[in-house]
Design a protein around this ligand. Structure first.
Ligand code: MRU
Length: 354
C-alpha cells in the first residue's frame, strides 16, 4: 500500500478549514477529516482522531479560532463570554496532556490582549494558531538535534526503544521522541528502532510503525511485555519516550507502560530519556502525583474490533497514562537542550503561559 503521506502533518489549515489525519484509521487507511466547527474539533480530540500532546495543543488552538469565527456578535463582552465557553468545551476533551491547556490559555490571552475590531481579533487568533503550529515544528527539530548530544556515544549505530507514538503524528510534524530517532537516523547513528506495541490503543504498532515505514527507518515492533527481555539480551542501547505532562520536579506523565519501561531500563543500566517541548512542562505542579490521569472506556481493554476478549462479569481499570518518577529519567530533551529533571526550573518560561 503506498500513500502520498510525507511530510506528515496531522493538523493542516487549508483555506478556511482544518484537515486532520484520521489517526484511528491508520495504518490501514490514510484518511483526512475536515473540521470547520469547534464542536467537531472537540469531538476529534476526544475520540483520538487527533492525539499526542503537542498535536492536541495545535488542534485546540485551531478549535479556538473556529469557535471565535462562529460567534455572531459585535459586542466585545458577549464575544469574550462565548469564547470562554468554547475554551471550556475544548478543555473538557482530555485531561492529561498539558499542551491542550497551554494552547487554549495562549489563545485566550492573545484574544484579551489584542486591540481592534472583533473581525481583527478573529484574524489574530488564526495567525496565533498557525504560529503555535509552526513553533512546534521548529521545536521538534531542535529536540531532535539536542537528542543527538545525549545519546550514548557507543556503539556508533544505536538501537533505540520507544513507547506509544511521539512522532510527527503526535506533534505539528517531525516528533519529539521519534524526532530524536529521526535525527539519529539521518545523522547515521541509528541501527534500528524497537517500538512497544502500546496496549490498549496500539499507538506503537499502528502509528510509530507507520511513520517509520513511510521514511524507511528500520523498525521492530514488540509487545509491551517483551521490553525487559530485549534489554536483558543487550538489544537496546537507550530508551526515548515523549511526555504528556511534566511536573516541575521532572516527574513525567506519558502513555501507560512508560513507568514500567523506566523501571526495567534502570534495572538493566539502559539510559532513559524523555523528549518534550517546554509547552509540556507544567510548572504549576510540584510533582507527578498532582498530574490528572485520564481513564478511558474499558472496551479498549476487553474488546479488539468486534471480538470480546474476556468473559462477562469481569471488572476493568483503564488508565491512559502513568507517571515516571524523575529519578528514573537520565535527561529531559527540550528545544533548549537536554537537562537533568532536577534542573527543570531553570527553564521556566517567563511569559507566564506555562
Ligand atoms: O493517548 P495519546 O495517544 O494521546 O497519548 C500520547 C502519548 O502518550 C505520547 O507519548 C505523548 O503525547 C507524547 S507526544 C509527542
Amino acid at each position: 500500500m503506498k500513500f502520498p503521506t510525507t511530510p506528515i502533518y496531522p493538523v493542516l489549515w487549508q483555506k478556511d478549514k482544518v484537515l486532520l489525519i484520521d489517526q484511528t484509521s491508520l495504518p490501514n487507511e490514510y484518511a483526512l477529516v475536515e473540521i470547520t466547527r469547534y464542536e467537531d474539533m472537540a469531538k476529534a480530540i476526544k475520540t483520538m482522531i487527533v492525539r499526542g500532546a503537542p498535536a492536541i495543543g495545535v488542534a485546540a488552538a485551531y478549535g479556538m479560532y473556529l469557535g471565535a469565527r462562529e460567534i455572531k456578535t459585535d459586542q466585545k463582552t458577549e464575544f469574550f463570554k462565548k469564547l470562554a465557553t468554547v475554551a471550556e468545551e475544548l478543555r473538557q476533551t482530555r485531561p492529561t496532556a498539558v499542551n491542550l491547556f497551554w494552547a487554549i490559555s495562549r489563545m485566550l490571552k492573545t484574544a484579551y490582549e489584542s486591540v481592534g475590531t472583533l473581525e481583527e481579533i478573529k484574524q489574530i487568533l488564526l495567525t496565533t494558531a498557525q504560529e503555535i503550529q509552526a513553533e512546534d515544528l521548529e521545536t521538534c527539530e531542535k529536540i531532535g538535534q539536542h537528542g543527538l548530544e545525549v545519546l550514548p556515544s557507543s556503539p556508533e549505530k544505536l538501537t533505540l526503544l520507544t513507547h506509544c507514538n511521539a512522532g510527527a503524528l503526535a506533534t505539528a510534524g517531525y516528533g519529539t521522541a521519534l524526532g530524536v530517532i529521526r535525527s539519529a537516523w539521518t545523522g547515521g547513528r541509528l541501527e534500528r528502532v524497537y517500538a512497544d506495541e502500546t496496549r490498549p490503543r496500539l499507538q506503537g504498532a499502528k502509528l510509530t510503525a507507520w511513520e517509520c515505514v513511510q521514511e524507511g527507518i528500520p523498525i521492530t515492533v514488540i509487545s509491551d511485555n517483551m521490553a525487559a527481555h530485549c534489554m536483558k539480551l543487550g538489544k537496546i542501547d537507550a530508551v526515548v519516550v515523549g511526555a504528556d505532562r511534566i511536573a516541575a520536579n521532572g516527574d513525567t506523565a506519558n502513555k501507560i507502560g512508560t513507568y514500567a519501561l523506566a523501571v526495567v531500563a534502570k534495572m538493566h543500566n539502559v539510559p532513559f530519556f524523555v523528549a518534550a517541548p517546554l509547552s509540556t512542562i507544567d510548572f504549576e505542579l510540584e510533582n507527578g502525583e498532582q498530574i490528572p490521569i485520564e481513564e478511558r472506556h474499558p472496551s479498549e481493554i476487553y474488546q479488539v474490533g468486534e471480538t470480546q476478549l474476556c468473559p462477562d462479569g469481569v471488572d476493568y481499570y483503564n488508565p491512559a497514562f502513568d507517571v515516571t518518577p524523575a529519578s528514573l529519567i537520565n535527561a529531559i530533551i527540550t528545544e533548549k537542550g537536554a537537562i537533568k529533571p532536577t534542573e527543570l526550573l531553570t527553564l521556566k518560561n517567563p511569559s507566564g503561559v506555562n
